[in-house]
Write a protein that binds this ligand. Sequence first.
Ligand SMILES: [Zn+2]
Length: 392
Amino acid sequence: MPQKRRGKVRAAGDRRQPGDPERCCVVCGTEFSIADGTSFWPARSRAFLGKKCKGSLSGPCVELEAMEFRDSPSSCMSLYRAIIDGPNEPPYISGVALTTMSLPLSALSVVPKDPSRAVIVEARTRPPHLYAEFHAANVLEPDIHRAQGQQVGYTVHMPCWVLLNRYIGQPSLSENLPVFLRTVEDHWRANTDHWLTYDIVNYDEDAHAILPWVERPLIANHEWVAGSDQHWMGINTMSNPLIIPEIRVVIQRALYGSRERNGVLQGPLVPVEIALMIIDIIYKDSRYGADGIADTQSLLEAFGWHLPDSYWQARCHPRLVFEVADLIKTGQPVDWPLLCFGLETLLCNHEWYYHSGLRNRVRIVHWIEQIRDGFKAKLSATDDAIDDERTE
Ligand SMILES: [Zn+2]
């Protein structure tokens, strides 16, 4: 379980110097969960222990990025990269490192330089061509370390970096890291109330919810959210926003289901617009949930209605549930109603949705889309300035 705190609490052994800011994710504005071990990477941890902890515990980043972290979802938010910004070379993105209770023993954090490599436990020797040491960048104020010509790093949760790349896209992000860094500084200076948070207690669920018209009951007994009527204003920022195992299961079932329903459906006996209107009345009810899903399935079956795949796809929120967007792109056969109902069954399971990584993903994507807009505006302003110079 992640540590729950709201203030600026430092990890044990933290010997940062005055002027060193807290490390915080420049994409979502929250701090890093503190890992309680390395067992989330079982095969490589066992090999490391088998060698009596000689060398480093390391491997390819893609292994960690694809991992479900079923037993300890918050561990994925202990993993981070840094955009290293030094005086002698352009900014670059590092590999993945881990936040633990035992670091930092000096004011400097350490990350592998290779962006494809994750180093969870470093070897005793850290050759400078393999590792970068940095002070956490001061995002909100002038940076004293940068002013002294030292190297600083803008830290990002490992999952947030993947999401950022997905929503901004390559190559524009990696080719324009200086513009990106100025963008996140402007962004967080305009949103200081949301910077350096851990668990958020004033989350605006109404503005960001999926199925916002559905009335959700209070979820009881969360000691870290004060007040008995505030539950949906609290959000666990350490749930895995990237890999959501339950959504993977729903998709697998829908892929399998597409083989079973092949050829058994018929067209609607009423105009499709009428069928859609009836189905939508059930869907838009504030009590929509398991009963509404069952009623819809019964109607479809009883009348043999076969609604367009595009209708079901839109109900799967492909902007946020990017697994659905990926599936649409592949064009492979999918039982779309089955996928839609499977997803809605999750979304209407209030306890699941409250704690889910999907809810945390919605929060993070909200920030990414704002950062993306600012980033693109800065890029086009730069392009315009270059064009003006050429025409002068
Ligand atoms: Zn983040």
